[in-house]
Design a protein around this ligand. Structure first.
Ligand code: BDR
Ligand code: CA
Length: 306
């Protein structure tokens, strides 16, 4: 199988870790850029470096990104992902440092018509890169973003975490005209893993699967408690690229609310002629059993061949 080239902009984060395993197995991962989100930027960066140590990929550069959102105060989700961002245990010290060049420089350096940008955290880095050089950012083939929701939220009634954490960045990216597919909660809540999956990961007993099992067990204890398992939000944005035929999409127009009130971070589908309506591809449904198999295979063997 041809591996599509991507840059992964992420805030690991338990489901970001699963997204990274998928990116390693199914894509040509050119670079990882980190952003403040689930935990502070020093933690998301250390986690990305640790996950690449674990998977023996010292060749993949990690570029540290934004420490704070564009305008709002930083907010974190350690209550779901753990104090380190990767479950209960502190993340071991990585074997290397992040690159000297930051996330914005890396996003611009990798922009080309063959590369897709997969973003699984707040869109701060992407918005800053657009601010620095919009023309270069428009070279990206497409942006796949896990964030937003066309139904209910997970921070407030309407707002999803990545949209809520930096709504001004979402606004800037939506209005930029970058071709963007939105993998929101309406989609990602269809793709769930639970105790049988963590048991299978433990049993597989590879370096990555043992860690993945511990991450998933923590997520089970601290994530959604509706008895249906944990949504694999972030891997959907990777698999939407590699396994697009397993998803359905609707061309839509959207806006995001930036006011710091109860509507903050609400991503709303609007009429095409509404003020500031941005053309966005809303990802609607997924073949969940197939995708779960893909996520499990990647967590067990991120270096596996297709
Ligand atoms: C999103 O927020 C984060 O907590 C997850 O990593 C995911 O990107 C889900 O709302
Ligand atoms: Ca994330």
């Amino acid at each position: 199988m041809t591996r599509p080239p991507i840059v992964l902009d992420c805030d690991p984060g338990i489901d970001d870790a699963f997204a990274l395993f998928c990116a390693l197995r199914y894509c040509d991962l050119r670079a990882v850029t980190t952003v403040s989100g689930n935990v502070r930027i020093e933690d998301t960066t250390r986690n990305a470096l640790h996950l690449l140590d674990l998977t023996e990929r010292p060749d993949i550069p990690v570029h540290r990104g934004a420490e704070v959102p564009l305008e709002v105060e930083p907010s974190f989700a350690a209550y779901v992902h753990g104090p380190s961002g990767l479950g209960a245990d502190p993340t071991p010290a990585p074997s290397r440092d992040a690159e000297a060049t930051d996330a914005v420089e890396a996003l611009l350096a990798h922009a080309s018509e063959e590369v897709t940008l997969v973003a699984t955290g707040p869109l701060t880095n992407v918005a800053l890169a657009l601010r620095a050089d919009a023309q270069t950012m428009h070279r990206y083939r497409h942006v796949h973003w896990m964030g937003g929701s066309t139904t209910t939220g997970n921070v407030t009634d309407n707002a999803e975490f990545n949209a809520w954490a930096d709504p001004h960045a979402v606004d800037a990216v939506f209005r930029s005209g970058l071709p963007l597919s939105m993998y929101g909660l309406n989609l990602t809540r269809q793709v769930r893993m639970a105790a049988p999956h963590s048991a299978a990961l433990r049993q597989a007993a590879t370096n990555s699967s043992a860690k993945a099992a511990a991450f998933l067990e923590f997520y089970e204890a601290n994530g959604e408690q509706d008895g249906q398992g944990q949504p694999m939000h972030d891997p959907c944005a990777v698999l939407g690229l590699t396994d697009g035929a397993r998803f359905t999409t609707t061309p839509s127009h959207m806006v995001v609310d930036t006011a710091d009130d109860s509507t903050r971070g609400w991503t709303r589908v609007v009429d095409a002629d509404a003020t500031d309506a941005a053309p966005i591809t809303v990802v609607e449904t997924a073949d969940a059993p197939f995708l779960i198999e893909r996520i499990m295979a990647a967590a067990i063997a991120p270096d596996g061949e297709e």
